[in-house]
Structure formats: structure tokens, C-alpha cells
Design a binder for this molecule. Structure first.
Ligand SMILES: [Mg+2]
Length: 242
């Protein structure tokens, strides 16, 4: 059984109820806030896409970092592999593991923060609301990014990679697991996402989704059911924390 699955609560009765609305605020704070990582906490997309573009160019699919972003934004490695193999033929044995280790190494060296993201997470925690991370990254790469951002202890065991659930985003599995790790029902949680597969996963899980319009235009995120926002400084207000 994956490690994260063992962390899931065994029963529903202990579920956390959503807090009451704050005085003067029309928004009821959520029972938990579930963060995507890439493009929401870590401004890592360009770094990741540079590595992917270099690898694919070497394999015979010439690609720039922005073309890599266009082709693969929000996808997990297992979902990228068939698209790559359709273009370049069968990949060398261990290719996915190799690129995953390379990305983890890059993230350990340099994980830029999305401006205001760490403060936004800390504001949620200070309000007494549990937080979790749900990412289509591999487990080692995700852990490296959270360590580099100084958020590993903040999220503790409530960290979910695609490796921890049966199906990656856009399936809802990872957000259902993340909500359960916070003792909350998905419909009482808010998901923070920046990609179409991530928004679809959060909505499919039954969560309210706030779409950070950074890598993907606001209108595209809204068309998939997210409420777009433009800066992390807006998050506390959107969550009903002030
Ligand atoms: Mg993302």
C-alpha cells in the first residue's frame, strides 16, 4: 500500500467541520486548503520545462522550454511518456526515473518561490486551517521543492505525489486523499491550482477551486470551473480569512 494511503483516516465521524464565517466576511473559511505545488508554491515551471526540453531535443524531438510548457503543463510523468513515445518511439529503459532524479536535483539546487506563496500558506495555518499539498510531481522531486521553500515541516505528512494515488490529475484521487489527510470532506475544502488538469482534478473531487492565473489565462481556468485570481496576496480574502 502506498505510504500516503496508510495515512488516510479510517473513519468519517472524526471529520473536521468548516469554520463559521468571519464577522463581516461573506465567505465561510474552508475546512482545509489543498495546494498544488508547481506554479502555485514553486515557480518551477520554467526550470522543469528547460530540463524536459533538453532531454526531448536529445531524443530527436527538438523543443524549446515554452513548447514543453505548452505540451505538458500539469501532466504527470506517466501521462507524458506515451505522448513522447508517440513522437520519438520507445524511450530508453529507466528514462522516467532518470529525468525524475534530474529534476529532484535541480529543485534541490534552486526552487524559486511563487511571489507571496509561502506567506499565503503561513496565513492559512495561522488561521487554524489544515493545509496539504497535492502534486503531479514524483515524490522525491516534490519533497525537494518543499524543503527548498522551507515548507516541508508546515505540510508534514500531508504531501501527496502522483505516486501516492492510483491515478494522477486530472483524476480526483489526489485531492480526495489530500482532503482525507486533513480530516475534511472534499466539498468543504478549497483547492489552489494553476493548470487545467489540476483544476479538473479539484472540481472532480468536489472542491471549490481557486485558479491562480499565472501560467494559464484566467478565462481558461474559469471555463474549467475555477474562480481565477491574479496574486497570492488576494488569497486570504478569497478564503474568508479577513
Ligand atoms: Mg501546477
Amino acid at each position: 500500500m502506498p505510504e500516503a494511503a496508510r495515512r488516510l483516516p479510517a473513519c468519517a465521524p472524526c471529520r473536521r467541520r468548516p469554520p463559521r464565517p468571519r464577522e463581516g466576511s461573506g465567505v465561510r473559511p474552508p475546512a482545509a486548503v489543498l495546494f498544488d505545488c508547481d506554479g502555485v508554491l514553486a515557480d518551477s515551471e520554467m526550470l522543469v520545462n528547460t530540463v524536459v526540453a533538453d532531454q526531448l531535443t536529445a531524443l530527436g524531438w527538438p523543443m524549446t522550454p515554452s513548447e514543453s510548457r505548452e505540451a505538458f503543463l500539469g501532466l504527470s510523468l506517466p501521462d507524458m511518456v506515451p505522448r513522447i513515445e508517440a513522437r520519438v518511439g520507445p524511450l530508453p529503459d529507466g528514462w522516467a526515473l532518470e529525468i525524475s532524479q534530474l529534476l529532484a536535483l535541480e529543485m534541490t539546487r534552486n526552487t524559486p518561490e511563487v511571489p507571496g506563496a509561502v506567506a499565503a500558506v503561513r496565513a492559512v495555518v495561522a488561521a487554524g486551517i489544515p493545509v496539504a499539498v497535492a502534486s503531479n510531481s514524483a515524490r522525491a522531486e516534490l519533497a525537494a521543492k518543499l524543503r527548498a521553500l522551507g515548507l516541508a515541516e508546515t505540510f508534514g505528512a500531508r504531501v501527496f505525489s502522483f505516486e501516492d494515488v492510483p491515478r494522477p490529475k486530472p483524476w480526483p484521487d489526489i485531492y480526495i486523499a489530500a482532503a482525507a489527510s486533513c480530516g475534511a470532506a472534499p466539498q468543504d475544502c478549497v483547492v489552489i491550482e494553476d493548470s487545467v488538469p489540476g483544476v479538473r482534478a479539484g472540481r472532480a473531487a468536489g472542491c471549490r477551486v481557486l485558479g491562480f492565473a499565472h501560467e494559464t489565462p484566467a478565462g481558461v481556468l474559469a471555463a474549467h470551473g475555477a474562480e481565477p485570481f491574479a496574486a497570492m496576496a488576494e488569497l486570504a480574502g478569497l478564503l474568508g480569512l479577513r
